[in-house]
Design a protein. Structure first.
Length: 324
């Protein structure tokens, strides 16, 4: 019996290009793949769906249905917390689909099937980094497709990749995850996003277009961690003006205190909130790893919260598949 495991890696989500219905394209997101943390899902053929992890069992059942196979014995061999802003939901879903497919010697296009698992409806970063890693800018969706009601699962397509660049080898990403309530998900996230979009002013999107074109893309192309950090931090601040009513400020507490502390530290070139948080990132480089890690711990102390601090490399490869 073939048993296959798939390891998929976290990502940072810096923000969207536009949330205003006044512009032609909606969403369009920026992010990077990370080497860690990661999730690992293993699967073997079976006559029915067997899985002790409730969320992954749902993905496994859907994968079995999509692939037209009898079943799968699925186990979770590695995980990181859900709903903290690092993209575990999409990585779990796609890793499960890929593992079940490979265990049954089937080929599957995860980008095509992600909507059937409820993933990739707004941001395409998680799907794109699962495929190939790197820095990704996706193209978003035509604004005319926006509806106030949530589309049926599978009724959308994953936003196409507009730009992908290799993350320079010398760059590092500080990730601080405070012990704080998880970010919104499911129906709560949908309500918050709809509310933000319906109220979004067009001016931040105009400013973001300039920041992305004239600052973010040149910085990653030229390999400047310092300029890149400052630029994606500005992306996050502008996004926060759209979300302020939904999350209690430009950043969701306690992310704002952490970002402020990191912004004052010379080891961090730019800081922001990943997705809905509470995870906060900082851009740094290989020469400042120890100082950046210390800055992350000091930021937690200043905010009066406990949490986890890691400094990781960007990932320029997609998910790993292997036969056990």
């Amino acid at each position: 019996m073939t048993r296959v495991s798939v390891t998929a890696h976290a990502r940072l989500h810096f923000g969207f290009c536009n949330l205003s219905l006044a512009h032609e394209r909606l969403y369009g997101s920026l992010g990077v793949g990370l080497e860690r943390p990661s999730v690992t899902v293993a699967a073997a053929p079976d006559g029915e769906v067997r899985c002790g992890h409730p969320t992954v069992r749902e993905y496994a059942a859907r994968a079995v249905d999509l692939l037209g196979v009898d079943g799968a014995d699925v186990t979770v061999e590695g995980a990181f917390p859900r709903h903290v802003g690092l993209g575990s939901g999409t990585q779990f879903a796609l890793a499960t689909l890929a593992a079940v497919a490979r265990a049954h010697d089937r080929t599957v296009d995860v980008r095509e099937r992600a909507p059937d698992l409820g993933r990739g409806g707004r941001s395409g970063i998680g799907v794109a980094t699962f495929e190939d890693g790197g820095f990704v800018l996706d193209a978003g969706h035509p604004t005319a497709r926006f509806t106030t009601d949530r589309p049926d699962v599978g009724a959308w397509s994953v936003p196409p990749v507009a730009a992908r660049h290799r993350i320079p080898d010398g760059w590092r990403f500080l990730v601080v995850v405070p012990d704080a309530p998880a970010g919104p998900s499911g129906d709560d996230e949908d309500r918050s996003m709809r509310s933000a979009v319906e109220a979004a002013a067009p001016s931040p999107g105009d400013r973001l277009a300039g920041v992305i074109l004239r600052r973010v893309l040149p910085a990653v192309t030229e390999g400047s961690a310092e300029r890149f950090g400052a630029a994606v931090a500005e992306v996050g601040r502008l996004n926060g003006t759209w979300y302020a009513d939904e999350q209690g400020g430009v950043y969701r507490p306690p992310a704002g205190e952490l970002v402020a502390a990191l912004d004052d530290d010379p080891a961090v070139y730019g800081a922001g909130q990943s997705s809905w948080g509470p995870a906060v990132y900082g851009v740094t480089d290989a020469d400042r790893v120890d100082a950046a890690r210390a800055a992350g711990r000091a930021a937690l102390d200043a905010a009066g919260v406990d949490g986890r601090v890691v400094v990781v490399e960007g990932r320029n490869r997609g998910a790993e598949r292997r036969n056990d």
